[in-house]
Write a protein that binds this ligand. Sequence first.
Ligand SMILES: Nc1nc2c(ncn2[C@@H]2O[C@H](COP(=O)(O)OP(=O)(O)OP(=O)(O)O)[C@@H](O)[C@H]2O)c(=O)[nH]1
Ligand SMILES: [Mg+2]
Length: 415
Amino acid sequence: MPKKKILKNKKVEEKKVNKLKDNSTKRIKIKIIGIGGGGGNIIKELSKKLDFPSTKIDFNVVNTDVQALHVLPDNLKKISFGEGETKGLGTGRDVLLGKKIAEAEEKKIKNIFSDQKDLYILIASLGGGTGTGFIPVFSKIAKELNLTTLGIFTLPFDFEGKDRMRDSQKAIEEAQANLNAVLVMPNERIFKFAEESIPFNGALNVINDQLAKSLQGLLNTVYFSGLINIDWADIKITIEGVNQRAYLNTVQAKITDDLSAFTKDLLNNQLISYNFSESTNVLFNIEGGKNLSMQQLALISEKIHELAPDARIIFGLTQNSKLKNEIRATVLATGEVKKEEKKKQKLKPKSKPKKEVSKKKIKTIEDDLKELEELGVEINRRNAIEIKKAEEDAIKKENEEEDIFEIPTFLRKKK
Ligand SMILES: Nc1nc2c(ncn2[C@@H]2O[C@H](COP(=O)(O)OP(=O)(O)OP(=O)(O)O)[C@@H](O)[C@H]2O)c(=O)[nH]1
Ligand SMILES: [Mg+2]
């Protein structure tokens, strides 16, 4: 073939690939909203960590403190509230004032939620007036609009006083009733790892960094198509429901023969307030280089099944060329908050016997998939050709339906 033609063909291929990439990032639309000072800090941390351009994610920070908004980077959309009431200086930890300001701005909040995203993630550090006062109001409006939502909230340190903790717990209860799932990270848990003498800012940075890494893992799961792909339906199944607690964690490590410590870290993040045995849905994704094996999938599935025998397990597998001899796994789990009695019942020993996964035996992918299916793991079985075909179909469909995205989701579904 003449050189010119080869080059031209290469260009067409590149265009195709870029279009595939573009469309893969189009499929799930996420808006992340940080509320108050802490919420803004966490979003800022996350926006620095992305493995793809930050323009692909709609980052927003809402605050009553104009100065705090001003110092945030420009790739975050900044929305100020209550400037009349607070003179742009924040609420001074006044939860009632925060709530009053949010309630008076129903239209503005509806406008933030008006862009037909698939998932809205609300993030706030509770204990001040803005985040704590705003989250019940934002959550109520999100529910009225029938949106899919995930709340991520930190609780104040014990030394900040019982009143702040009580206000924060109350705000979480109110928000949880209206959000699909809520992840709670008590700041105090940092002392499980750090010395009491750790500087305040240092402690906050560790917590923010941990949350940002987990969110990065979730976004990678969503935005990169995998060999075994996690799609919006999988995420929706995992998040949807009411009054649920959530667990989200990402762990990265060198590939070694023994991945049990890695799996333990993945499923046992001590910073998060969550009882894994109550999970009803668990989704996990593994990212790795070329030598990614199904054995790692099997080990993690096995452990999840052992910890949460009743949970539906969905998994994905993504090849990431940045990870050569390393593996990164992200797990998102949810479970309904139960009454005390039900909680105890759920903690009883598991009924199903543990299945041995041999580390030595070399198994085929099919063997592993079968084994996982026997464990009740949902597998989206697709080979490379099927994935490509599905992606091409998705592009075709999206091109045809470009305009349809402007139509509200419920109308779109009817169509
Ligand atoms: N994890 C984490 N917690 C934070 C951070 N900043 C503040 N906090 C915690 O969150 C609580 C509330 O602080 P802010 O987020 O600054 O408060 P706010 O929502 O802006 O409310 P006001 O400033 O009172 O209007 C504090 O008491 C801290 O416990 C942060 O960057 N990370
Ligand atoms: Mg503030």
